[in-house]
Design a binder for this molecule. Structure first.
Ligand SMILES: [Zn+2]
Length: 349
């Protein structure tokens, strides 16, 4: 199924949930004790027709809508530090946690003023290489490279596609992304570096352009409402690497953050965070290294049972493709996850 078609189906599902009132009458069954929301970019610019990473960006106006809706629906916005106790204690008002991954400049420029105005705590997960102005934001490199190329060839594969129009570029992105994500990470990074080279781009330049520097982060650390979490050294799909790399990436990423910011770092976000990137071995390591919580990108609400799985917590992505009140209401109700998780409340294996 194409990405565009999948998005249309999701949007139709969200509208159905809203139209039938299912977000209200199923919520007592579907809604957990709380929800951890995931954000990436927050910026006002509207995406063009070719914007394959548009799911990772919402507008400041929609962030404001999210925060207003949380308050109206009775959610207490809490910090990640408070989550273990909230899960272990007796159920009260639902809670929400706001998490931002990767450490983008636009989080400080466009999100922080809104978060401050609403007086809510939030967590920023920082990849230490990105803060140092290097590393590979490969999903964005791939978008830019295909944006410049007229044809996309992946040597050693059957992929050889036209990329003249926006529709062709979108199709080529999806084909290359799907192929490379299924393989080893070294092959993915090499192939995208090669495409960047052919497009006249330097792989690795994007971190300095898009990400907060250590000085920016130290400034942000003066705000007591901000919690910093680790997001590894170089943003690898951890489950694809050996045990030594796994430990080095997680531990050194955390230690660098603590050294640079002079703050404890008690939380981890697994890069990419789906089951091909973070599984039982990663969850066990996060626990052994003493993290209080670790978050995935597996979709779902938090239930009392997650108190025993604090290093495999699901999150709900506030998706740039679905910036509508109906979509948000559905996500906060928990109803879509009943279907996605086939009725399971815990997906922690
Ligand atoms: Zn990330």
């Amino acid at each position: 199924m194409s990405t565009a078609r999948r998005h249309r189906l999701f949007e139709a599902g969200f509208r159905t949930i809203a139209a039938t009132g299912a977000d209200r009458w199923l919520a007592p069954l579907a809604r957990g004790r709380g929800v951890i929301l995931t954000f990436h970019h927050v910026r006002p610019e509207a995406p063009g027709a070719y914007a394959p990473n548009r799911l990772l960006a919402i507008t400041p106006a929609f962030l404001d809508h999210v925060l207003t809706t949380l308050r109206r629906r009775g959610f207490a916005v809490i910090g990640l530090d408070a989550v273990p106790d909230r899960l272990a204690g007796t159920a009260g008002a639902p809670f929400a946690v706001l998490t931002f991954d990767d450490g983008y400049r636009d989080n400080v420029e466009h999100a922080a003023p809104i978060l401050r105005r609403h007086g809510v705590p939030w967590t920023l997960f920082v990849t230490s290489d990105f803060a140092g102005g290097r590393g590979r934001l490969w999903w964005l490199e791939l978008e830019r490279a295909i944006g410049r190329l007229g044809r996309v060839r992946l040597p050693g594969t059957a992929i050889d596609l036209p990329a003249g129009s926006d529709a062709e570029k979108s199709h080529a992105f999806e084909a290359v992304y799907r192929h490379l994500r299924a393989g080893p990470e070294a092959a993915l990074l090499a192939a995208i570096a090669d495409l960047c080279g052919r497009a006249g781009l330097r792989p690795g330049d994007l971190a300095a352009e898009l990400c907060l520097t250590w000085d920016d982060l130290r400034n942000l650390a003066r705000d007591p409402m901000v919690t910093f979490g680790a997001h590894t050294v170089s943003h690898p799909m951890l489950a694809k690497h050996d045990a030594a790399t796994l430990r080095r990436e997680v531990e050194a990423g955390r230690d660098r953050l603590m050294r640079e910011l002079g703050r404890p770092v008690r939380h981890l976000s697994y890069p990419v965070g789906d089951p091909t990137s973070a599984g039982p071995r990663e969850f066990a390591l996060a626990r052994d290294l003493g993290f209080a919580t670790a978050v995935t990108t597996r979709p779902g609400h938090l239930f009392a049972g997650h108190a025993d799985h604090l290093h495999a917590l699901p999150r709900v992505s506030v998706n740039g493709c679905h910036q509508s009140p109906a979509a948000l209401a559905a996500l906060l109700s928990g109803v879509p996850f009943l279907a996605w998780n086939r009725g399971r409340r815990l997906n922690v294996g």
